[in-house]
Design a protein around this ligand. Sequence first.
Ligand code: SF4
Ligand code: SF4
Length: 347
Amino acid sequence: MREYLGEIVKCVRCGRCRTVCPTQQVQGWESAGARGRMQMAMGMASGVEPTTGMVTSIMTCTTCQQCVSACPSGANPQQVTRAARRKLVDLGYATSHQREMQGRINNTGNSLGDGSARTAWVTTSQVTGDSGYVYFAGCLASYRYQSTAKAIYGILEKFGVGLLKNEQCCGSPLLRMGLDASDLIEHNSRQFKEAGAHTIIVGCAGCYSMFREQYRDFEILHFSEFLASRLDELPLDQLDLRVTYHDPCHLGRTYGIYDAPRKVIEKVCSLVEMKASKENASCCGGGGGVRIGYPELSGSIAEKLKDNIPGGVNYAVTSCPLCSRNMSDIGINVLDLAELVLMAMKE
Ligand code: SF4
Ligand code: SF4
């Protein structure tokens, strides 16, 4: 951790991040927030033996980046926390949920540990294209949100976008939990090269962030970006719907993708902004392994997001299956952006 000391000492302990960190807002403790995590990291860099409380503090960060946006000192607690996570894993402090995730991916190539065919959602009319564009569905859409995968690819195949023959998890769950994802990166990169792909299109914010960070040989587009640039080529009706949009942390705050999904929504129906949106958007609580390892905390963060949803909307639209899952689990009426567009498509 000593190599992060320069980043850690940027924290002047002003407490600004206390007002935005979703885990601190739910749990209240200093150790559950960004400033506390910076202190834990400082301790680790100084050789302090990690305690159970330190491990929990570091492992419960959702990697939402709200602290990064808020910090007046230019510190990056999210980056430091992720580094501390890797260090804890190296030191043998991996939690049971981290070991289980590693085992599921090792055994099945997906984060759900699902032994069925990854492409079971693909219909016979859908074939691998040779346009240089490939749709990477991701684990959640392939196994738990097949309607989303079908909706996205049903639109993308009109543009000649192909699929991989043997897609595996992008590695995001491992990397966010401080584990090694190099085998998955190598496997998928080889597949993209064999498919002649220059551009990868994803419908998941976690996959998007992973690809931008780790798959540097390819252009990466979120489905909303691709669609926003090709909207005029699709036969779309206006829907009599009012929806709001949830900005996934790893798409919005991390990479500034705010306009594309809004452009798509406004093309087909009426958009009402959440009370806090774009760089101030609430975290759904699902990221960083928190949903898997600390489901109660994850659900409580999602409950807080509920307060942000304006009244009188038919759906909360989002563009990440993990956000969809965490939000729908607490009763929010969620719709993926692709499914909204599919509803508006003329036959
Ligand atoms: S906002 Fe930045 S400087 Fe202030 S306590 Fe948080 S991490 Fe430290
Ligand atoms: S990334 Fe989010 S959860 Fe993690 S310390 Fe920063 S604000 Fe808190």
